[in-house]
Design a protein around this ligand. Sequence first.
Ligand code: M6R
Length: 600
Amino acid sequence: MCGIFGIVYSEEKADLGKHLYKAAERLVYRGYDSAGFAGISENGAVDLRKDAGKLEEVDKHLNLREIRGQRGIVQLRWATFGIPSKENAQPHIDCKGRLVSAHNGNVVNTAELIRELSSRGHTFRGDNDGEVVCHTVEDFFNRDNNLDEAIRKAYRVLKGDYAFVIADSRGKGMFAVKKGSSLFMGIGEGFICASSDLPSILQFTRRYVHLYDGEYVEFDHSKFTIKSLETGEKIEREPEVYSGDISSAEKGEFPHFMIKEIMEQPSTARTLITYIKESEEPREFAREIKKTRRTYVIGSGSSFHASLMGTYFLGRIAGKLAIPVVAGEFIERFQGLLESKDSFILVSQSGETKDTINVLDFLQSKGYENLYSFVNVPGSTIHLRTKKRFPIMSDLEISVAATKTFLNQVIGFAGLASLMTPGNPGLKTLEKLPELIETTLKETELQIRDLASELKDFNSLYILGYGENYPAALEGALKIKEVSYIHGEAYYSTEFKHGPLALIEPDQPVIFISSNSHPEKIISAINEVRVRRGKIISVSNENPSIRLNSDVFIPIAEDGFFTTPILSVVILQLLAYYLAVERGLNPDTPRNLSKTITVD
Ligand code: M6R
């Protein structure tokens, strides 16, 4: 989704454009279709350059990196209101070219405001909601020349979830506003910045400040003041220092972030497992969840698949009734069925997914208190608004496809289930996981590359799993669709014969995930496909019978209730990655997708 960044330096910078470009490069992973920069000089001159296209393309014809100035604003736009075009690209300027702003999120009453503001003489150059933000603030600013007041008044008019930065070119400093979309401040030597995304700040400074919904901040190069949008009252908050590993924002020697992040999994898993074993916090989390009646585990996309796998772990290991729910369907399906003794775990890598935040809004509005989260990004909306957080500890994940964060989400659930069980027997298995992931990566990578080259021209792949391996199949199919654009579809293995079997023609590849706890279930599914001359690819614990019945056999390093589904996902991540590479695609930035989906 869109990314915004605004910075104020102590003095005019001849290389402002280069700094802005560095910030923009850290926002691209969110997904975008237009790019724009604005530089504001000490004398108030505004240099605005923007267009539809990728950052490098826009830079090539508009020389974004040559922009000079003391203040700068960057926006990468992912179109929702208005087609991708030069006019709709951000930043925007007001009618007179005095106010400069960029927003992120959605202003849902855009059409009404364009009509109303146009009737009052405002000139719109496009039909983008970011432009509506600029003109709405301008409309109030024109009345008494007070930008601070104008922003608070605009906040009452602009409906939806958004964040924006805005500067008066004739004034000093900048404002940043947060209402439902992520926003962080960075405090550096000789500059202060605001950004929708921590990684874009961390390359400049590790000192950052969280902002909460309903807050806005006025800043110049050396000081900032946070205030409430409702009351205008000041809010005191000290900067924090980011202690995570920021090298995760660099590709290093890897060709893509996706493969780098897949390869980082032994290390990120180790960090989380050490935390689970040694820290008191997860124990307390486990004690609290145990006391509640039933637990709803809620997420979208990969985070839903992790939730589903997590509920298998919680049910089978800890005997806890846990209900997995796709975030987007939670309210419609469960309103009226919830009780105050229930607990709710919101699962989200980014902590900013709108579908999941809608659930949080709903639960908070109804007064439910047992709100927990599994989130990777500290300081994100879901992280800040939940009572207890289980940190995912994967550092920054840049590739749009979730890999290392998915794995740590499920490891987190395996840890939670183990801690909820007397004697914590599951922790012993978890300790071995990092090494098993490492072995899996080493021992299967070559075989997967060959398989990817064999499968690259197929239009469809089916992945079947039984029991706890079903969420692994779903996750593998999502990865394949997302980065290779091959139609990957997962089925619960026993369901395949109830219809999808009709799709099997000679040589159609079907991937079976299998563990030794229930091989007979998979063997029947294999046979149903085999007798129709489908191609059988098994991702399986060593099993002579499955090996014998497979055209391709990819061994899973160790059998176990946690280990088989987790290690099979690692194998399928590699397959998705190499399928994308074989098809000449960049897996880090799949078409139409965004890392953080901040809209309904
Ligand atoms: O940040 P979240 O975990 O809440 O994101 C949810 C989904 O948008 C996300 O998992 C998406 O499905 C991934 N791109 C999958 O790789």
